[in-house]
Design a protein around this ligand. Structure first.
Ligand code: G6P
Length: 306
């Protein structure tokens, strides 16, 4: 795995930016955006966004109160980047699975150190681009050569992520992925996801059985489903509605651990399942991608007001 320093690059001094600056949270370096219209916090490890707060609003993202900020440890909450595979390697398509050399779920990108490529700022928005070169440093966990470029755009309209994967190898590359968004809710039992009616889904809690959704998705205890849809979604929670608009995705994961799994999850208070839900913009299950040499694919999501 990459052992490069997690110190910010010297050539990018904070003085060059008006709204963005380096900070250290726990043992990790992060970029903090303090724009007159919004705030954001983005870790170099994992290219992990943990905060997006438009002025006079609550945080749009959920972050576990017991999240830990340590090298090599996935942050619980925000938007983990699952790449270049989503979920349990054994549950991926054979073409994806054959490149994976570890039983670990969700790929290595969420704990790898990404490189800052660019920050651009204006009176209306801030855009930050990070890259991860999946080269031989990752040869112990994955067989492939690829570049991941992730652009974050923050504005009063919301926050947009675009993750572009380019195959740098000389044979076809199969991969799966997800932008694993944790959203807050004041009450999970009064929350729902609209836009998935009549969609087929895999219920991973029922031995990966195929089912069809009727009406909104409600949260009644543990839920862990892969929906075969990348259509726009509305997430309704008490007093707050969000719209998630995906690009490059034909699958969406809806997850809440419920009380029993919550008690076993790392960095997750026992009762926190009542305060969060995950709606993950994905290329998962049969919706994996195969790129020929030099080809690219972009997976993105715009999280806006509903
Ligand atoms: O605990 P993690 O590795 O972060 O995974 C958290 C969750 O991620 C996804 O939503 C999966 O569908 C779940 O099965 C998994 O439990």
């Amino acid at each position: 795995m990459s052992e490069s320093s997690n110190k910010p690059p010297l050539f990018l001094s904070p003085g060059q930016w008006s709204f963005t600056r380096w900070t250290t949270i726990g043992q990790l370096e992060a970029l903090e955006v303090h724009h007159p219209l919004f705030e954001a916090r983005l870790f170099l490890q994992g290219a992990h966004l943990t905060r997006f707060i438009p002025r006079n609003e609550p945080d749009w993202l959920w972050l576990s109160p017991s999240a830990r900020f340590e090298p090599g440890r996935a942050i619980r909450g925000g938007i983990p980047i699952c790449w270049p595979w989503f979920g349990d390697p054994a549950r991926n398509a054979p073409e994806v699975r054959k490149r994976i050399k570890t039983p670990d779920a969700h790929g290595f990108a969420r704990t790898a150190l990404w490189k800052l490529e660019d920050v651009s700022e204006s009176a209306h928005e801030v855009e930050i681009c990070l890259s991860l070169d999946a080269n031989d440093d990752f040869a112990d966990v994955w067989n492939g050569r690829a570049l991941a470029l992730l652009t974050f755009n923050f504005s009063v309209r919301g926050c947009r992520l675009a993750l572009t994967t380019t195959n740098l190898g000389n044979e076809p590359l199969a991969f799966s992925q997800a932008l694993h968004t944790y959203l807050p809710t004041a009450d999970i039992e009064r929350s729902r996801v609209l836009g998935l009616g009549y969609t087929h889904y895999i219920d991973t809690l029922k031995n990966w059985e195929y089912c069809t959704q009727s009406g909104p998705v409600y949260f009644e205890g543990e839920i862990d489903r892969i929906y075969e849809s990348g259509e726009p979604l509305i997430v309704v929670t008490p007093g707050i509605t969000r719209k998630l608009t995906a690009v490059g995705s034909d699958s969406t994961v809806v997850w809440n651990p419920g009380p029993d799994k919550a008690a076993k999850l790392s960095d997750f208070p026992d009762s926190a399942w009542r305060a969060m839900l995950c709606v993950e913009t994905a290329n998962a299950a049969s919706d994996y991608y195969v790129l020929n040499e030099g080809q690219s694919h972009t997976l993105g999501v715009l999280i806006g007001r509903g």
